[in-house]
Structure formats: C-alpha cells, structure tokens
Design a protein. Structure first.
Length: 618
C-alpha cells in the first residue's frame, strides 16, 4: 500500500513537472512568435525585446527622422538592416498623417529597393547577402514651414505576416516613369495651376520638370487637357538673332524661319525625329497685347516650333515677381508677343518684361509640344538627372560614330580644364562640328583675346593665330589633335541689326550660294548658329550684379557699314552686339571632328559626356 502511494505521488509529481516544462516551452514559443518591435519615438534607434532588433540609417547616420525645409524637396537614402543572427521579417513606414502641402514616397530606380507591403519583407541574417534594404525616399514640402517625418519599423519572425500600427502609413511609389503628362502632374512640387481650362501650368518654385531631349535641356511649362500634350521650352538660349527687320509679326519673321528651318542652319532640322516626339501642327498665340492676362486668339500661327507668350511666362510662377519663377534663366530672350507693330516683348536677365525692337539680336528659347504618347523612362526631373524620353535614351553606344549624334550633346575632348565640348551640327557631310561648352579658361580665369587689327578671319589676326597655334599645342594632346579635320570651311557673312540669320552664311536668303569663307583647322561660331549663346545664368535676382560665371565672347562675323572694324560679340546676357576688333573678349573655339571618330562611353549628358577616340583602321 505504501509502495502504491509512493508510485502514485511520483506519477503526480512527474506529470506536474512535465506540464510545467511544456507550459514554459509553449510560453516561450508564443512569446517569441508573437513578438514585434516597433520604433516610433523620435531618435529611438535600437529597441530590443527578446532576441530581435533592427538598424535604421538615414543618409549614413542612425536615425528615424526626415527633416525638410520650407518650400523645398529633399531625397533621403534610408537603409534598413537586420542585425540579428537569423532571418527576420520587417516592415517600414512613416508615422502620422501628412499635412496639406506635403507628400512623400519612394523612387523605384537602379540600386534601390521597393518599399515592402504592410505584411513586411524578410531580410537575411546579419552578415549575409540580403540582410539590408536601401530605399530612396523623397519628401516634398510646399508649405512655408519646415516639416519632420518620423519613420517606423516593425520586426517579427520570418513566417508571420506583420500588421501596420494604427498610425503607420506605407510609402507610395512616386511616378517617375510613364507618359510625360502623368509624371509631371503626379509631383506636388510642380504646383499645378488649373485656372486655365486650356493649359494646366506648372508653377512650382523648384519643380521637377527638367527634361532632356535631342541633346538639350528643357523645362516643362504646361500640359494640355484636350490632347494631353506637354509644352516645353529650352532651359537656355540656344542662339541669338534679330526677330525680324522691323516688324513684330511672328508670321514671316526671321525668328519663325529659324525655329522651323529644317536644314542644318536652323533649329527644327537639328532635332531628333521631330515627327515622333513633337506636335508638328502646334498652334502658337502671337496676339498683340500689352496685358499679361490670357490673350485673345486674334493671331494664331501653326508651326512645329514656336516661342512662349508673355501670359505663359507670367503664369509659370506662383510668387509675386518673376525673379522667383523657374523660367527666369538670367538671360535676355524673346517671347512671341508683340507689344506694337515694331516691338516684341522680351524677358530680361532680371526676369522683367521689356518691349524690344525686332531688329535687336536677342536670345532664342525654342518651345515645342510633346505628343501625348511620349513616355518618360528614366531620370528624376532635376537639372543633374533630367527625365529621359523613350526613344531618346540611348545606352551602350560604344562603337557608334559620333557623326550620328545630336546637336547639344556633351563630349569630353581636350586636356586639363577646358575638356567639355558640345555638338553644334553636322554642317559638313560626315563631320561633326563641336564647340567648347564655355569660353576657354586658364587656372579658373577666362582667357581673353582681341580679334585683331582687322574684322576678317581671313587675315592673320590674333585670334586665328591663337586658335590654330597655341590653342592646338597648349590645350590639345596629339591624341585629340588627330581627331580634328585639318582644314574646314568657316563662313564669314557680314551682318547687322535687323539682318536675316541666313546672311551669316549665304549671299542671300535663297541659300543657293555661300558667302565669303576661310579655311582653317579651328574657327569660331557664327551669328545664329546653334550653341552660339550663353549657358550660364547672368542675372536673376534684384540683389545680384553681373556674375563671373560667363564672359562676352567673339563670333566670326563682322558688322557691315562701320567706320572701324566691328565684329559680332555674344554678351553675358545672350544679346549680340558689335564691338571693336581690338577689344579683349573671351574665346569659344569650334572645330570639325573627323568622320571616323567613335563613342567609347558616356551618354552625352553634361555630367556624363561622350568619351571618344578615332576608330581603328586595322
């Protein structure tokens, strides 16, 4: 009996012990399985419960707050890492609702991960491949106050779906690819103005509206709700000519002719496949007015390429002055709007409107309308990383002949500090005319030279001797010298205010025969030629004086009927004037590269110029 009682007691004790052990195991399992860590407090970097934690870095520093100044946008590189010794599940979000005038999201691009869904994503154990995710997060803030967005992270076991906390929000994908209109209208920084039923204007102070097309940097100005086209204007003055010989009418003007000239001497002829990208039946409002209100449709001109009118320029900014507008590029340029029968409105380098006589050679900023079906496939819409268009985003160009590329694209050419050049045109069959991206410098200072004692490039003037002597030996290695065509033609037609741009090259506007010319290895750009303007801001703010980012530089053409030798000069503000040939001005060389120069790298953008070399003949 005693033995039975002992056995019974032992059995009860054994069962109790086993139950306790089982409960401990189950309790530990469920405690571990249901555990999550959530970081929601500002500056709370590592919170550990049980065995799981995480690491969050913002721009290389551990933290969880994104600070963005007023009226600005900022991108952050956020790294979420698994520091645990086992696979774990994470989700990533921001805490609280966004206030009006702010927006945030992630950018899907090479080198960055897609933000996980609310159920989370597994990260491999610490030290393994896949233990970290890198996100590119953009925060847009068009309010007048600085904002702070707090990030949250939840972590749990790899086989359990996670849930967002009540205040958590998953980052949306920002639209950076798709039809141009859709991408532009999705970005809050563009501050869309819907007041005009015919055009939806971009009015942001720092909008994401930079577009690279056909070797040129453009700004998107407005979308058209009726056909979904998008109006663009070049960021810089592409050239400078007289608007006409005295009339302010766009129809029949030199300006309209130059913009729509399909030869190598005009703008349209140097665009890439214009029928594919732009509305060839675009209509431009060239109605005479002195008001900045929306003009009537008295004078409408149909042409592939036009200019902005003053209403479009004024409507593009949301501030009280044009100084704050993104269309003020700090240069002097023509609009399409006549003020009276002889004067056209132009925009000054301070962003003001001025009534300019049509004979003045001022800057040109061509405008086009992209077709509705054109798509953005790359880029972020910034000046350094502009949107790239489908069909114009060439990659892997190694071995491609340079003479197949487009006006405005950048080339790495030459040595030391003057090694950035741009394609001008393919004026001579098979050759590629290029010019330095800015006037020549030495140790950071602009080089100046007189044109010489004569206004003719034919004579042994100082500038022609310099360019074909010291410039070639002092600035070019043998490798680059060998790429330059030994002797090409440089046209030296005489010009004046109110002269047709074609007279800089031809004897008359019929373009049947060329004017006086010189033969040399290196020359200068002529009046009205592409890239013959300024590509740096000169003015732009009332508090600014003239900047030293650019300098006046010589063109190749002399002025007619002058008592003393007078030669054309591009001013810092983009206007062309005449100047004494014995005055010192900057030098912007031009030359033709041989037909067998090939591309070995780069995409042709300013920050990724083409690398080139001579094609091997072996």
């Amino acid at each position: 009996m005693k033995k039975l009682l002992l056995e019974t007691s032992f059995s009860k004790i054994y069962m109790i012990v086993m139950i306790i052990i089982t409960l401990l195991i189950l309790g530990s399992y469920f405690s571990y399985a249901m555990f999550t860590v959530t970081k929601e407090k500002s500056n709370a970097i590592s919170i550990v419960t049980g065995n799981l934690t995480y690491k969050l870095e913002v721009d290389g520093v551990e933290g969880n707050v994104l600070n963005v100044p007023a009226n600005s946008s900022k991108e952050f590189i956020v790294i979420l890492s698994n520091p645990n010794n086992r696979v774990a599940r994470f989700n990533f979000y921001y805490i609280g609702d966004l206030i009006e005038g702010t927006d945030t999201g992630y950018i899907e691009t090479d080198g960055y991960n897609v933000v996980p869904s609310s159920t989370g994503v597994n990260l491999e154990k610490s030290g393994s491949s896949g233990s970290s995710n890198i996100y590119l997060i953009r925060v847009n803030n068009i309010t007048d106050d600085e904002i702070a967005i707090t990030l949250g992270v939840s972590v749990g076991l790899d086989y359990n779906d996670l849930e967002l906390p009540s205040e958590g929000h998953i980052f949306r994908k920002l639209i950076t690819t798709g039809k141009v209109k859709d991408v532009l209208e999705d970005d809050i920084m563009n501050r869309l103005n819907y007041d005009d039923s015919e055009q939806t204007f971009i009015t942001g102070e720092e909008p994401y509206n930079y577009i690279w097309y056909s070797g040129k940097l453009w700004r998107a100005v407005a979308t058209n709700p009726s056909d979904n086209s998008v109006k663009l204007v070049t960021e810089w003055n592409i050239s400078s000519i007289s608007y006409s010989n005295g009339s302010s009418s766009f129809e029949g003007s030199y300006m309209k002719d130059w913009l729509n000239d399909e030869t190598v001497d005009g703008f349209l002829g140097n665009l890439r496949e214009p029928e594919k990208f732009i509305r060839m039946d675009s209509v431009w409002n060239a109605t005479m007015t002195s008001s900045t209100d929306k003009p009537s449709k008295t004078t409408m001109v149909t042409a592939p390429v036009g200019l902005l009118n003053i209403y479009e320029f004024i409507t593009s900014y949301s501030g009280t002055t044009a100084i704050k507008g993104y269309l003020n590029n700090g240069l002097w340029w023509y609009t399409i709007t006549p003020n009276n029968s002889t004067n056209i409105y132009s925009v000054t380098y301070y962003g003001n409107l001025a009534s300019e006589t049509s004979i003045t050679p001022a800057g040109i900023r061509p405008s086009i309308n992209l077709k509705s079906e054109v798509k953005i496939i790359d880029g972020r819409g910034t000046s350094d990383d502009p949107y790239r268009l489908e069909g114009d985003n060439d990659i892997n160009l190694n071995g491609t002949l340079l003479n197949t590329r487009y006006s405005g694209e950048y080339i790495s050419f030459g040595d030391v500090e003057n090694n950035l050049y741009r394609i001008v045109s393919h004026e001579t069959s098979g050759l590629t005319k290029i010019t330095s991206a800015e006037p020549l410098k030495y140790e950071g200072e602009f080089i100046v030279s007189t044109f010489g004692s004569s206004s003719s490039y034919l004579n042994p003037n100082q500038i022609v001797v310099f360019l074909n002597g010291y410039y070639l030996t002092g600035y070019m290695s043998e490798e680059y010298n060998n790429m330059i065509e030994p002797s090409t033609t440089w046209y030296m037609g005489l010009i004046d205010n109110g002269y047709d741009y074609r007279l800089a090259k031809y004897t008359d506007v019929s373009m049947t025969s060329t004017t006086t010319s010189a033969f040399a290895k290196v020359g200068l750009l002529r009046y009205g030629e592409l890239m013959a303007s300024q590509f740096e801001k000169f003015g732009g703010k009332e508090s600014e004086t003239y900047t030293n980012k650019t300098i006046r530089y010589w063109l190749i053409n002399a002025f007619v009927d002058r008592k003393d030798p007078m030669v054309a000069v591009i001013h810092q503000n983009g206007i062309v004037t005449n100047s004494f040939s014995t005055t010192n001005y900057g030098v912007k060389p031009a030359m033709n590269l041989k037909s067998n120069v090939i591309i070995t790298g780069g995409t042709g953008l300013k920050n990724d110029p083409f690398q080139i070399e001579l094609e091997s003949t072996s």
